[in-house]
Structure formats: structure tokens, C-alpha cells
Write a protein that binds this ligand. Structure first.
Ligand code: FE
Ligand code: FE
Ligand code: ZN
Length: 276
């Protein structure tokens, strides 16, 4: 069976998200741990979490994916910005201990002129401060498109971060189809080649989630503009290969396409229909 879902608004809590997911044919979902621009998180409602865990069991929801605010910068030049990232990620992971065994995705960071090497070193340093042995969540580095001074647009950069992270057994990768295509990995014409390279450089055992998005821009454009499935430069034929690929088909897929709930429902149905 295919594990597929989309990004949902977290405002009403876990149970509400799970019910919303099921109502549109999803069996997983992604959500922001707090306002995507940062800010404080709502306190964990233990009753909501308990109800969610029960509902999930009854409805075969096994995986959920939390997404860190995209304004965090684990390699910021400004120490206060980096301190805020450390505080937020630490707090997110403490809260995620209430839903054991789930995944937490973050954008590695932007080196803002410090250079890739410094960026990578600082991101690993940040992780070494944030990650604690008692955390029970997989922490995923998202593959980035390479816009601006983003770190993580080449598999080797993610590998370096993981190598320098002491608790590397907690680390995984989330592959974003729009981002890797924009970064210059040709998943349209050479999906096998890209995944072979991923395996060689990072190891497919680290691949824990896929963000399934089409791209508004052409191959290797380093732009990061998501498009609806089939309406962009990646296209339906490629998505059919992606969703059925032996290295990917058992990994959870998350739509982050420009859609409201009804659009997500249609895309989930579309992706299920091309699943072999
Ligand atoms: Fe993301
Ligand atoms: Fe993404
Ligand atoms: Zn994106």
C-alpha cells in the first residue's frame, strides 16, 4: 500500500489533522510544528495526542512528518539567529517525544556568504547541541534547490552534515522532487541514476520521506517554486516512475503543491491511480 498525504494546517491539533487526512484519502500528513515564520508553539495537549494515537491506529496512520519553521537557520552568521534555531529545534524535538518514532524535517540552512564549508560545519554543530539521546524522532535534512546561499543542494553536502553529527543514527533525509530537479538532479530522464547516486553518496537507508511536488521552473533552475502535480516541468510520466520506483515506493510521500484541501484530494487520487 502507498503511504501518501499532504501538508496540513496544524492549528486545530493532531486529531483534527488526522481526521482531515483520512477525509481526503490520505494515510499520513505533514504539518508545521509552529508558525512557519517561527514564534512560540502551542503547548502539547496530551488528551489530543492520546486521541490522535488511537485514531491513527484505527485508521492505519503509521507515519507523520513535522516540518520545522522554514525561517530557522542552523548555520546563521548571527549568533542570536542561530541560538533561536537551537532553542526552537530542541523544543520541537522535546514535544515530538509525545508521538514516538515520527519524523522531523528541516531546511539545513543558508550560509549567507560564509561559504558552504562553514555552513556545513555550523549545521552539524547545531545538531550536536540540539540532539539528545532521549529524543525518539528521526531528524531529516531536506534536499534543497540551491537558491540563494542554501546548503544541501548536493547529496554530498547532506552526507557531510550527517558524518559530522555525533548522534547520526537519528539522522535521515527527505527528498523533495521539486528541489532536486531544480538543483540539477534529472529525476525526469534518469531517475535510476539519481537514486543510484543518492545511494552511493548518502545511502538509501537514510531516505525516510519524499516531498512530491512538480516544479514551475525548468531543470536545474535553482528556483524552488512548487507546482501542482502534472502542471510543471517534471510531469505525470515522471511521477508515475517516482511513485512506483522500488527504492521509493515504500517511503511516505507528502504533497506540498499549491493547493487547498480539495486540490490535495484530487492529487492523492491521481497518484494512487498511477500507482502500480
Ligand atoms: Fe521544506
Ligand atoms: Fe519540501
Ligand atoms: Zn520548496
Amino acid at each position: 500500500m502507498c503511504t501518501i498525504g499532504c501538508h496540513l494546517s496544524a492549528s486545530k491539533g493532531y486529531l483534527s489533522m488526522a481526521k482531515q487526512a483520512v477525509s481526503i484519502g490520505a494515510n499520513t500528513f505533514q504539518f508545521f510544528t509552529r508558525n512557519p515564520r517561527g514564534g512560540s508553539a502551542k503547548a502539547i495537549d496530551e488528551k489530543d495526542v492520546k486521541a490522535f494515537l488511537e485514531f491513527s491506529k484505527e485508521n492505519s496512520i503509521v507515519h507523520i512528518l513535522a516540518h520545522a519553521p522554514y525561517t530557522l537557520n542552523a548555520c546563521a552568521a548571527d549568533d542570536r539567529v542561530r541560538e533561536f534555531c537551537i532553542m526552537t529545534m530542541g523544543d520541537d524535538l522535546d514535544r515530538m517525544n509525545y508521538t514516538p518514532g515520527q519524523m522531523y524535517n528541516f531546511h539545513p540552512g543558508s550560509h549567507v556568504g560564509q561559504g558552504l564549508e562553514t555552513g556545513i560545519a555550523k549545521i552539524a554543530e547545531t545538531l550536536n547541541i540540539v540532539l539528545k539521546p532521549e529524543h525518539n524522532t528521526k531528524v531529516l535534512l531536506e534536499t534543497m534547490s540551491g537558491k540563494g546561499s542554501e546548503v544541501g543542494f548536493e547529496f554530498s553536502q547532506l552526507r557531510e552534515i550527517i558524518d559530522r553529527t555525533a548522534l547520526s543514527e537519528k539522522m535521515g533525509v527527505c527528498l523533495d522532487t521539486c528541489h532536486v530537479y531544480d538543483a540539477g538532479y534529472d529525476i525526469v530522464n534518469d531517475l535510476d541514476g539519481v537514486l543510484t547516486e543518492f545511494d552511493k553518496v548518502i545511502g538509501l537507508e537514510r531516505l525516510c520521506a519524499v516531498h512530491i511536488n512538480d516544479s514551475k521552473n525548468p531543470f536545474s533552475s535553482h528556483k524552488d517554486r512548487h507546482e501542482k502535480i502534472g502542471d510543471g516541468s517534471i510531469g505525470n510520466d515522471a511521477f508515475k516512475r517516482i511513485i512506483n520506483h522500488p527504492a521509493l515506493k515504500d517511503i511516505p510521500f507528502y504533497l506540498e503543491t499549491p493547493n487547498e484541501l480539495d486540490g490535495y484530494e484530487r492529487e492523492i487520487a491521481l497518484l494512487k491511480s498511477i500507482r502500480e
